[in-house]
Design a protein around this ligand. Structure first.
Ligand SMILES: NC(=O)c1ccc[n+]([C@@H]2O[C@H](COP(=O)([O-])OP(=O)(O)OC[C@H]3O[C@@H](n4cnc5c(N)ncnc54)[C@H](OP(=O)(O)O)[C@@H]3O)[C@@H](O)[C@H]2O)c1
Length: 304
């Protein structure tokens, strides 16, 4: 099969599309012919070699953990799906990659609704899982107010919609140019940065997606460190705040959210905001874009 992969750590230029052995689905896994594969900031961090997790990779490595495609092989123990069905989801996250390729093995998936565009489906997997896990851990209930710090990005834009679907009032932070985008998703926008408590009266729960150092202000807003959860701030413990890392840290997962997201999509209540799509052959440009730190409106996606 063909795959985008890197044989050394470094900048986006270490990525090349070359031949690779097609993966085989193991117990409880399926293999898909990939139509679209999401890209996340973590993929670029792993590729750079700057994160300790990079040491877990065997090179050459195929980046990307989210994909959508058509099932072409089914592993032992899998029931309820058949070859030829369209699905979306994620690889076994312990592999930290494998999606940016002609074929990918998925560990978690849901049926792709026929109207869900491939690029949205390919980008959905870990964003939906992560947002679902976060809302579960926060105990978000109907009528609560949730503040999402970093609401316009890949995970934040999904968390906003899933929280609205759970009956919450959602306040989201973003740069001013993204405020209309947040309104479209169902959130009340505010600008991020110092002084947040003066711009938001109160929140019952707060989700820090950005990891930009706002935890003391989020605690002040909710009045309780246990009402705050972060996905990206590694100083969390010093504030008494929980940092969730999901399955990689042996925590419960939010994979049930994939089916919920598919149902909400068919009801017209959910979409995966996609900022840009790239052909697999343009993966260097895609990785350059994901680490640019520029304004985000959802996910970046590779199409095959
Ligand atoms: N722990 C986990 O299980 C888990 C899972 C998935 C991802 N993550 C982590 O979560 C983080 C976000 O991932 P992502 O895919 O959503 O990234 P992303 O698409 O790059 O989005 C990042 C968002 O952060 C916002 N932002 C930038 N500076 C900010 C500030 N000072 N205050 C508040 N928001 C700010 C940006 O908003 P504007 O565009 O409006 O400027 C952007 O929307 C990454 O660090 C990722 O590694 C963790």
């Amino acid at each position: 099969m063909f795959a985008a992969q890197y044989a050394e750590f470094g900048g986006p230029h270490v990525l090349h599309v070359t031949d690779a052995a097609a993966p085989q689905p193991l117990q409880d896994q399926i293999r898909v012919r990939v139509r679209a594969a999401g890209i996340s900031p973590a993929d670029a961090a792993l590729r750079s070699g700057r994160t300790p997790m990079s040491a877990r990779l065997a090179l050459p490595h195929i980046p990307g953990v989210d994909a959508a495609g058509t099932i072409d092989a089914i592993g032992p123990g899998v029931t309820g799906v058949a070859v030829g069905e369209d699905v979306f989801g994620s690889v076994d996250l312990a592999r930290l990659g494998g999606a940016s390729a002609e074929f990918a093995v998925l560990r978690s998936w849901a049926g792709k609704p026929p109207g869900l565009p491939w690029e949205q489906a390919g980008a959905a997997g870990t964003g939906v899982e992560t947002a679902t896990r976060a809302l579960d851990l926060l105990g978000l209930r109907p009528g609560m107010t949730l503040l999402v710090d970093g609401a316009a990005g890949g995970v934040g834009s999904i968390a906003v919609q899933l929280a609205v679907a759970r009956g919450a009032r959602v306040i989201g932070t973003a740069r001013p140019a993204n405020h209309d985008f947040l309104r479209e998703l169902g959130a009340e926008p505010v600008t991020y940065g110092p002084g947040l408590p003066a711009r938001v009266t109160a929140a019952d729960r707060a989700l820090d997606v950005a990891g930009a150092g706002s935890l003391p202000e989020l605690i002040s807003l909710t009045g309780d460190p246990s009402a705050v959860l972060t996905l990206a701030d590694f100083t969390a413990a010093t504030h008494g705040v929980r940092l969730t890392m999901g399955e990689l840290a042996g925590e419960p997962h939010g994979r049930h959210g994939l089916r919920t997201a598919a149902e909400l999509f068919t009801q017209g209540r959910f979409r995966v905001p996609v900022e840009a799509t790239f052909a697999l052959s343009d993966i260097v440009a895609a990785h350059t874009a994901i680490e640019s730190g520029g304004p985000r409106r959802g996910k970046l996606v590779l199409t095959l």
